[in-house]
Ligand binder design. Structure first.
Ligand code: GDP
Ligand code: MG
Length: 751
C-alpha cells in the first residue's frame, strides 16, 4: 500500500482534506493543537489503495514544538511514499516557508494548493504554474471544503510516489551553500539519509542535529570565523530563515494577484465580521450573549419571555399537544423552547417503551400501572424495568436536547467562531498570565475532557500544562450535560424556574471559575511564564452540513454505545445494590430501600458530604451515591438518580426529586462539575503527568469541588435567609479575587 503523508501549516485544511479523502470524521478544529497525534485512513478511489496520514500542523521542521517533532520524525524516519504538502493559497508566503524545508528531504512531494475557492471568491487570481516551474514538483489547485480537484491531486500523488526524488534546496547564498555542500558530503560519508536536509539543519544550529552529530560541528564553527553578516552576525538560523523568505517573496509574489489593492478596500467579508465579533470591548459581551441564547433555546420553558412579561396563554391545548406535553388544560406561562419540546417527546417515547416491557414482564396484565406493579414484584421484571430501563430512559430522554446543544457548538466550531473565542479570552486574560494556549484545550473540554487533556501536550511549559489539566473539569463536558438537563427540569419542577439561566451559569460560571482559580494558582507559585500564543483566525464560512452532521453523528454513536455498554453494566450493579440488603436479620430482597446495600453505603457517604449541603436531607444519601457512580461515567449520575428515586408512575423523575432547595441544586451541580472526571479522563491525566503531579491533580479536583460546593450551599442559604448577609460574604470573596488579580498582574508585568 502507498503511504501518503499530509503536511502543512496549522489551519491550512489538512484534516478537512483527510476527512473527505478517507470518509472519516476526524475533528476539524479551527485551532492549532487539535491534531497532536497523527491519524490514518484509507483512500480507495484509485487502483492502488493509499493510506493517508494526517500530520499535526507545523510552521517549520525545527524541533521547537511537539507537533513539529511528530511531523518531522514521521517524514524522516517512517519513509512515506509521497508527501502532500497542503498549502493555504490565501496565506501563500507563510505556507511556502515550510515547503522550502520539505523540499530539502529526499521524498516525493506534491503540493495541494488549497482554499482556491476562497481566492476566487475574494476576486483574486491564482497562477499555480509559476510554482510548479520554480519548485520542480507537481502543484494541484484544490478546495478541500468543496471537494474540488481531489482526483487530480491523488493521481499526481500516485504518479509521484513511484519515482525517487532527490532533495533540493532553494537557498542561493554562494558561500553558505559551499558549507552546506561540504557538510552533506560528510553526511553521505557517514551513510546518513537525507544528507542535504541534515546539513542545512546543522548549519541552522538545530538542537536535534547538533546533539546527533557533534563531530561535524567544527565545520560550521570554522566557517563562522571567516563569515559575518551585517544584519544577522553569526546567527545562521535567522540568516537562513531570512534567505528563505526573501526567495519566496521574490519568486512567488505573482502567484496570487490581489483584485484591487489600490483603493485600500482590500478587506474581506471575514475581516468585516471580525470587526464586530472580536471587537476590543464588545467581543466578550457578544460571546456571553451568544452563549445565553444557545442555552435559552435549548433549556428554556419560556422561549418568548412571556412569563416574565406577565403574559400567558389561556387555552394551550394545541400547543401542549405539539410540544409533547399532553392535553392539560392549564394556562401556559410561556412556550417551551425547541430543546424542551424534543425532550418531552423523547420522554414520552421512552416511557411507552418501558411500559411495553413492563406489560411483557407482567405476563400481559393490564397495560399501565397494573402491569408496572406486577412487573416490579418479580426479580427479572424489577431488574429490566426498574433497573436498567429506568436508568437508560432518563439518560436517553435527554439525547435530543443534548444533540441540539452540540449542534450549536459544532456550528460555532465549523464557522470559525470558536477560534475567535480563544483569541478573545487570550486578549482579555493575558494580563493575568493566562494564555490562549491553555484556553484551547479547555474549550476542547466542552466536548470531552479526554481530548482536552491530550491537547495540553502542545503546552511546553510543565507548570502551565499541569495547571491546565487541573482546570479541565471547570469546562462542562458533554457527558455532564444530562446532569444539567435533569437539574434544570428539577428547578422547573420545584418552581424556581429559569432553567436556561441555570444551565447558562454552569457553563459561563465554569469558565469564570477556571480563570479565578488560575489567578489564585499563580499567586501561590513562583512561576511567571505565559506561553506566547500565535494563531491564525481562519476565514469565516457558512457551516457545512457535512461537517456538522459528521460531528453530531459521532457524538450520537458514542452516546448510544456508552449507554449499551458501561451504563447498562453499572445500572445492573446499582440495581443489585439497591434491591438486596439486610432485613429482619437476613440477606434478602428488601422492602425498604434504606436497608439495601446501597442504602448502607449511601449513609456513610452522606456524612462525608454533609458539609456540602445537598447531602443533608433524608434523600441526601441518594445524591451522594449518584455522585460516586459518576466516576464510572458522568451519565451514570442521572441513571443512578432514576433508579434510586424511582418515583410513582405519573411523576417524572424531576418531579420526584423535589427535596432540594435552590442552593442545594446549585451546590450539587457545582460538586459534579468540579469533582473527579470519569475514569477515562483520570487515566488520560495520569498518562500526561508525573506521579506526584497526578496525585496533586486528584487532590485539587476533590478539594475544589468539595469546598466549592459547600461554599455555594452556605452562601446561597445565607442569601435565602438574609440577602444582606450573602451580599457581604460575596463582596468579601470578590475583594479577594480582585486583590489576587492585582498581585498576578504585577508579577506578570515584572516577567
Ligand atoms: P488543519 O488545521 O490543517 O487540519 O485545518 P482544518 O482542516 O481544521 O481546516 C481549517 C479551517 O479551514 C476549517 O474552518 C475548514 O473548514 C477551512 N477549510 C479547509 N479547507 C478549505 C477550503 O478548501 N476552502 C475553504 N473556504 N475553507 C477551507
Ligand atoms: Mg487538523
Amino acid at each position: 500500500m502507498i503511504r501518503v503523508a499530509l503536511a502543512g501549516n496549522p489551519n491550512c485544511g489538512k484534516t478537512t482534506l483527510f476527512n473527505i479523502l478517507t470518509g472519516s470524521s476526524a475533528h476539524v478544529g479551527n485551532w492549532p493543537g487539535v491534531t497532536v497525534d497523527k491519524k490514518t485512513g484509507i483512500y480507495k478511489k484509485l487502483d492502488e489503495q493509499m493510506e493517508i496520514v494526517d500530520l499535526p500542523g507545523i510552521y517549520s521542521l525545527s524541533p521547537y514544538t511537539p507537533e513539529e517533532i511528530v511531523s518531522r520524525n514521521f517524514i524522516l524516519d517512517e519513509h512515506p511514499d509521497v508527501v502532500i504538502n497542503v498549502v493555504d493559497a490565501t496565506n501563500l508566503e507563510r505556507n511556502l516557508y515550510l515547503t522550502t524545508q520539505l523540499l530539502e528531504i529526499n521524498v516525493p512531494v506534491v503540493i495541494a494548493l488549497n482554499m482556491s475557492d476562497l481566492v476566487r471568491k475574494n476576486g483574486d487570481k491564482l497562477d499555480s504554474k509559476i510554482l510548479k516551474d520554480k519548485l520542480g514538483v507537481e502543484v494541484v489547485e484544490i478546495s478541500a471544503l468543496r471537494g474540488d480537484g481531489l482526483s487530480e491531486l491523488m493521481n499526481a500523488a500516485l504518479k509521484a510516489s513511484s519515482a525517487h526524488r532527490e532533495g533540493k534546496t532553494l537557498l542561493k547564498d554562494k558561500d553558505l551553500m559551499h558549507l552546506v555542500k561540504d557538510i552533506s558530503i560528510a553526511f553521505e560519508g557517514k551513510a546518513v539519509e537525507n544528507p542535504l536536509f541534515h546539513a542545512v539543519k546543522l548549519v541552522e544550529n538545530d538542537e536535534l542535529e547538533t546533539k546527533a552529530h557533534p563531530d561535524l560541528l567544527w565545520m560550521v564553527d570554522k566557517f563562522k570565523q571567516t563569515f559575518s553578516d551585517d544584519t544577522f552576525g553569526d546567527d545562521f538560523e535567522a540568516l537562513i530563515a531570512d534567505a528563505r523568505y526573501k526567495y519566496i517573496a521574490k519568486e512567488f509574489s505573482t502567484v496570487v494577484t490581489k483584485k484591487d489593492v489600490s483603493n485600500g478596500k482590500n478587506e474581506t467579508k471575514s475581516d468585516r465580521i471580525d470587526k464586530v465579533l472580536t471587537h476590543r470591548i464588545w467581543g466578550l459581551p457578544i460571546f456571553i450573549a451568544i452563549m445565553f441564547f444557545i442555552f435559552h433555546f435549548t433549556f428554556s420553558e419560556d422561549l418568548l419571555f412571556m412569563g416574565k412579561m406577565g403574559l400567558s396563554i389561556e387555552n394551550p391545548g394545541l400547543i401542549n399537544f405539539f410540544t409533547g406535553m399532553g392535553y392539560e388544560g392549564e394556562a401556559l406561562e410561556g412556550i417551551p423552547s425547541l430543546g424542551v419540546w424534543l425532550q418531552s417527546w423523547m420522554g414520552w417515547f421512552t416511557g411507552q417503551f418501558i411500559s411495553g416491557f413492563q406489560w411483557i414482564c407482567s405476563g400481559f396484565k393490564e397495560f399501565g400501572d397494573v402491569a408496572a406493579e406486577a412487573a416490579s414484584s418479580t426479580w427479572y421484571g424489577s431488574l429490566i424495568c426498574d433497573g436498567v430501563l429506568a436508568g437508560l430512559d432518563s439518560v436517553c430522554s435527554f439525547i435530543p436536547q443534548i444533540m441540539l446543544l452540540f449542534l450549536f457548538i459544532a456550528i460555532m466550531e465549523d464557522t470559525g467562531y470558536m477560534a475567535r473565542i480563544a483569541f478573545i479570552l487570550d486578549r482579555a486574560f493575558r494580563k493575568f498570565g493566562l494564555s490562549g494556549k491553555a484556553f484551547i484545550p479547555m474549550l476542547t473540554g466542552f466536548g470531552c475532557s479526554v481530548p482536552g487533556i491530550m491537547a495540553t501536550r502542545t503546552i511546553e511549559n510543565e507548570v502551565e500544562k499541569n495547571r491546565t489539566i487541573r482546570l479541565m473539569t471547570c469546562f462542562s463536558c458533554g457527558a455532564k450535560a444530562p446532569i444539567w438537563a435533569l437539574l434544570a427540569a428539577v428547578a422547573t419542577a420545584c418552581g424556581f424556574g429559569y432553567a436556561d439561566i441555570f444551565v447558562f451559569t454552569i457553563y459561563i460560571g465554569g469558565i469564570a471559575l477556571a480563570i479565578i482559580l488560575a489567578i489564585f494558582m499563580r499567586v501561590f507559585t513562583k512561576d511567571r511564564y505565559t506561553s506566547p500564543f500565535i494563531m491564525e483566525l481562519p476565514q469565516y464560512h457558512l457551516p457545512q452540513a457535512r461537517n456538522v452532521a459528521a460531528h453530531l453523528w459521532e457524538k450520537l454513536k458514542h452516546y448510544v454505545y456508552k449507554a449499551a455498554t458501561i451504563l447498562t453494566a453499572s445500572l445492573i450493579v446499582i440495581w443489585f445494590l439497591k434491591t438486596f440488603g439486610i432485613e429482619n436479620g437476613s440477606f434478602c430482597m428488601v422492602e425498604d430501600i434504606d436497608n439495601s446495600l446501597i442504602g448502607y453505603i449511601g449513609m456513610v457517604l452522606k456524612y462525608v458530604f454533609y458539609p456540602c449541603g445537598w447531602a443533608i436531607n433524608a434523600d441526601g444519601w441518594k445524591y451522594a451515591a449518584a455522585s460516586v457512580t459518576g466516576l464510572v461515567a458522568k451519565e451514570d449520575v442521572v441513571g443512578t438518580m432514576a433508579v434510586l428515586f424511582n418515583g410513582g408512575a405519573e411523576d417524572t423523575l424531576a418531579e420526584s426529586i423535589h427535596t432540594l432547595t435552590a442552593s442545594g441544586i446549585y451546590s450539587f451541580a457545582v460538586f459534579n462539575l468540579l469533582t473527579f472526571p470519569c475514569m477515562a479522563a483520570i487515566a488520560t491525566a495520569r498518562a500526561e503527568q508525573t506521579r506526584i503531579e497526578f496525585l496533586k491533580t486528584l487532590a485539587f479536583w476533590f478539594g475544589v469541588s468539595y469546598v466549592g460546593s459547600a461554599a455555594v450551599y452556605w452562601v446561597g442559604t445565607l442569601y435565602e435567609v438574609a440577602w444582606w448577609g450573602g451580599l457581604i460574604v460575596t463582596l468579601a470573596l470578590a475583594a479577594g479575587v480582585v486583590t489576587s488579580g492585582i498581585l498576578v498582574t504585577r508579577k506578570t508585568k515584572k516577567a
